[in-house]
Design a protein around this ligand. Sequence first.
Ligand SMILES: [Zn+2]
Length: 227
Amino acid sequence: MSEEKNILEETASTVAEKVRKTRRNYHKKENYKQEEGTKTKRNYKTRTPKIMQEVKDGEVVETSIAKEVFKKSSLKIIPLGGLHEIGKNITVFEYEDEMIVVDCGLSFPEEDMLGIDLVIPDVTYLKENLDKVKGFVITHGHEDHIGAIPYVLKDVNVPIYATKLTMGLIESKLKEHNMLKAVKRKVVKYGQSVTLGDFRVEFIRTNHSIADAAALAIYSPAGIIVD
Ligand SMILES: [Zn+2]
């Protein structure tokens, strides 16, 4: 057995021991909480230290413990409309007891939809989980991305995050519906991030046929998604 391999195995077992210790501590913490009768929605799996050591190519590197060691919860991505139809883009990202919503668009009726002016997404799922919804993050100001905001926000009134021009377009819609005062809004610059519960959303400069469009990098404990 080469010396190099020996060192590698030694480091690996040291790391494994550290991991076991951390795990034990969290179990202890959890038991303690239960003894005290404190109810907590969070379990130790989501309250793990963010950084842990890992062996990679014989070197100890820092990595996310949640990713490598503990069984993690999964991220759900739920389109409420728009995936295979033109218009009404609205997608829910759900991780444990938290949700964020990307875009909130509407579509225009098909020829056979007589007497219908606008088609807005079905947001029953959001209404049923109102306390979990942390906010809307909006990519850009086209109707199929912002058009349903006044209708949806009547029932799901959570803060909106968007770039400056996009927010301007949203605001004129809210104003039309007399909702400007009722809705919390935050303008986000390119390169900035907003933290929404366990999610962090970074607004990235991108080109689109409307100015101030953003691509979103969505960081969750289950991984990163660029939308
Ligand atoms: Zn567009």
